[in-house]
Each structure stands twice: as C-alpha cells, then as structure tokens.
Design a protein around this ligand. Structure first.
Ligand SMILES: *Cc1c(COP(=O)(O)O)cnc(C)c1O
Length: 354
C-alpha cells in the first residue's frame, strides 16, 4: 500500500471528531492549584497522589517506551493490555455490522471475539500446512476488508510468520495490517516496529504481559503512524491507565538485564521440555516454537488434558482450533514445574485408563 493516506481507512466521523479535552490537557504546567476535576483535595488514605486523576496522555510511560523502542513518542499508544488496544483499533477503523476483518486461524482468539462484539464480517483465511499465511487466499478473500490480524510468533502455533509473505501482504492488502508481537521478544528475529515508518497501514502490537512478567498490570502498546495514534487517542477512554500501573511499568522498563535473562531461561526450559516430551509414546508431534509455549500433538489430547487437570496441572486444550486436532498448548514453566509436568505425563503415558 504505497503512499496511501491511512486516514481514508478510518471511519469518517472518527476522523472528523474533536478529541475530548480535560482542563488539565489545556494547562501545561505541573504545579498549581487544581480545582478542575472535583478530586478530593485532602489526599487519599493510600499512597501519595492517588487522589489525582492519572495522566491521560501517558507521557512518562511513553518516554521510556520511545527510548527502548527507538521510535518517536507520537508513534506510540498505550492501553490496558493489548486487548484494549485491539478494541480501540476496531473502533477507529471498523463500522459495526458492516466492515470486514481478516483473521488467519489458528490464531489468538480475541481478534474474533472483539470483531463479533462489533458484528463485523469475520473473513477466515486459514494458515497453510506450515502455519504460514496463504497470501493468494488473503488477497482473493480479503479484498475490501478494513483490517487483517497477523500474529508473529503466532499463538497457539509458536512459529514466526515468513518475512517475505508479510511483506507481500503489506504491499497488496488495502486495509490496516495489525502485526501482534506479544511473543516477538522471545524470538531470534527482528521486530516489525521500524517498518511502521515505511508502511503507514502497518500497526505493531506489543505487551508487557509476557516477557516482562507484568500480566497483572495490563499494559499493551501499539506502534503506528502518528495519524493513527491521534485517532486512537480520540477513541480511548481518557483515564485508561492508572497512575500506579504507569509508575510500576516505568520502573520495570528501566531494568535492562531482566528481559535478557528471562529470554534465555525460557529458551533453555523450552529445550528441556521438548527433549522430555519427545520420549513419550503418546506425543505425536512437537511444533517448533519461537515463543514461551509449545504446541504439542498427542494421540488423545482430551484424555491428557483431563488427566493433567486431575493432577492439578492446567494446560490449554487447542484441539478444536483449525488444524490443531489433538493439540495442547503448554506454557514454558520453571524447571521444577516442567519436572512435575513430565512426571505426570509419564504416568499418563503408561496407564490405560480412559
Ligand atoms: C497474551 C497475548 C496478548 C497479550 O494480551 P494483553 O491484553 O496485553 O495481556 C496479545 N496477543 C496475543 C497473541 C497474546 O497471546
């Protein structure tokens, strides 16, 4: 999509909408007597500053993220998890009951859930035998669709999307291409984030929920053309991230060794889990993974899932997903968790109960 003004993909009324502005957006200082927002001036029973509304523009958090991602802050959006970011994107680009959205199953379930909430036309173009995008199928069936969701490494399959195919999609798909990189931090591959500078219809999603170990905070990030960010800011609720969440995220992101350490631990434990699993009779296939989970095909996934659960070990049954018959998705745990999982699986492997 060369030289296309990404604004023409937005819903016209959102494009024209004047953003909601708080009195604090209009006053640029940080010191003053704040009598504009009906806050409690005496303070809270809890930590300092909790009686004030949070910064709706997420300035401090975006500054740290911009530094880490080596991108300007006006190309960043922060939401309460990637799930909110996807919701905001649909509100910007998709007309309820009308627009088409392309998804490539098997993939992350939230794309379809949110599309259904907005009664969008969900166009499914399954990944091929190697779990790679079917580019001709996408071009054929996706004509006229507003958005397309790519996930690399893909959940639940764990593999990276082929770079050449992603480029072909970026060149030929005439809507917004969302590249969900929730697991890219675990992979030996480069992020698509810098490509947003060359493709105004590309939007890259990141999250602090996985590698950064901050799933409870709910921080998701979109990297997009500044015009897209402007529209997203109009659509989001003003105070979508709380002050303690933003402060903790800023503190965490200053830690440079932590993500490297976790990436290495996950790599080692993924190798450990794989080498144990291949020794089990009931394991039929282990899909190669660049993420912090692996997809495993069993002889009878339903039975394994049930017997693991009886032993208080919870994995994700993906058997009903497209081309995932008899597959369980297993998160890479600690060495001790893997030891207990393998012990349970060995018991299940050698018993014949139903
Ligand atoms: C876990 C996950 C996310 C993260 O969602 P948050 O709302 O940020 O926790 C996003 N995309 C995919 C594909 C995921 O698996």
């Amino acid at each position: 999509m060369k030289n296309l003004d990404v604004r023409i993909l937005m819903r016209p009324h959102i494009r024209r909408m004047v953003p909601y502005s708080t009195a604090r957006d209009e006053y640029k200082g940080t010191q003053g007597i704040f009598l504009d927002a009906n806050e409690n001036p005496f303070g809270s029973p809890m930590a300092k500053d909790l009686h004030r509304y949070p910064d709706p523009s997420h300035k401090a958090l975006k500054a740290v993220l911009a530094d880490r991602l080596e991108l300007p802050a006006d190309m960043l959006f922060c939401g309460s998890g990637s799930d909110e970011v996807i919701d905001v994107l649909m509100k910007v680009f998709c007309t309820p009951g009308h627009s088409g959205v392309v998804i490539l199953p098997p993939t992350y379930g939230m794309y379809e859930v949110l599309a259904e909430i907005y009664e969008l036309n969900v166009i499914k173009v399954p990944l091929d035998n190697e779990f790679q995008p079917d580019v001709p199928g996408i071009i054929r069936q996706g004509t006229g669709a507003r958005m397309l969701f790519l996930c690399s490494p893909n959940n639940p399959t764990g593999n990276l999307m082929d770079q050449q195919r992603v480029l072909e999609i970026l060149q030929h798909f005439e809507g917004v291409v969302v590249m969900d990189e929730a697991y890219m931090d675990f992979a030996e591959s480069t992020s698509w984030a810098q490509e947003v500078l060359h493709h105004p219809n590309l939007i890259v999603l990141k999250t602090l929920s996985k590698l950064w170990g901050l799933a409870a905070l709910r921080v998701g990030i979109a990297i997009a053309h500044p015009e897209v960010i402007r529209a997203m800011n109009k659509v989001k609720l003003p105070y979508n991230l709380s002050t303690p969440v933003m402060e903790m995220a800023v503190k965490a992101l200053k830690n440079h060794d932590y993500p490297l350490k976790i990436k290495e631990s996950v790599r080692v434990n993924r190798q450990l889990l794989t080498s144990e699993l291949i020794q089990l009779r009931m394991v039929k296939h282990i899909y190669p993974s660049d993420a912090n989970f692996i997809l495993v095909r069993f002889e009878n996934a339903e039975r394994v899932y049930r017997l693991l659960r009886d032993r208080h070990i919870i994995v994700r049954n993906r058997s009903n997903e497209t081309n995932c018959e008899n597959c369980l998705r297993i998160t890479i745990g600690t060495a001790e968790e893997i030891r207990q999982l393998i012990q349970a699986l060995k018991e299940i492997d050698t018993t014949t109960d139903p």
